[in-house]
Design a protein around this ligand. Structure first.
Ligand code: CUA
Length: 151
């Protein structure tokens, strides 16, 4: 009698185990490399949001900043964002691997051609922050920087 209970329990655990494995494999399949979206590097300038790079207000508390990194700079018109709001950075590259690093913050993204890298950040203090490239990308690497103003 007890053997039957354990057999049922064993089969039930096996089913639970297999469905957990199945579900996680399935969901990983749909979020390759940590949820990064892909993009055709040759069509960046005609693909939203990079067809109109810069700051876009999404709602009362959220702003999106779309930026293209390429040797040796960032397509960033005038970057001004408010303090204390969620800023969603979306960055891609049209040539080689760069980084999008905001000095004195935890924003340090690797920017890969063919991928859209996304990072949310909320600035706690107003000021002018330096954005720079931390990934060696060629002879102009040290010239690759811009600024973002937090008001
Ligand atoms: Cu771009 Cu270093």
């Amino acid at each position: 009698k007890y053997e039957k209970i354990w057999l049922v329990f064993g089969i039930a655990s096996l089913i639970v185990f297999l469905s957990v494995v199945g579900v996680s494999a399935f969901s990983q399949d749909h979020t390759p490399a940590g949820g990064m979206e892909t993009i055709d590097p040759k069509k960046v300038n005609e693909t939203a949001p990079f067809d109109n790079p810069g700051v876009t207000q999404l709602d009362d508390d959220t702003y999106q900043v779309a930026i293209v990194a390429l040797a040796f700079g960032y397509t960033a018109p005038e970057l001004k964002v408010p303090v204390g709001k969620e800023i969603v950075f979306k960055v891609t590259s049209t040539d080689v691997v760069h980084s999008f690093t905001i000095d004195n913050t935890k924003v340090n993204m690797m920017v890969v051609p063919g991928r859209i890298t996304t990072k949310s950040y909320t600035f706690e203090k107003p000021g002018t922050y330096l954005i720079l490239c931390n990934e060696y990308c060629g002879t102009g690497h040290h010239m690759m920087y811009t600024e973002i103003e937090v008001y």
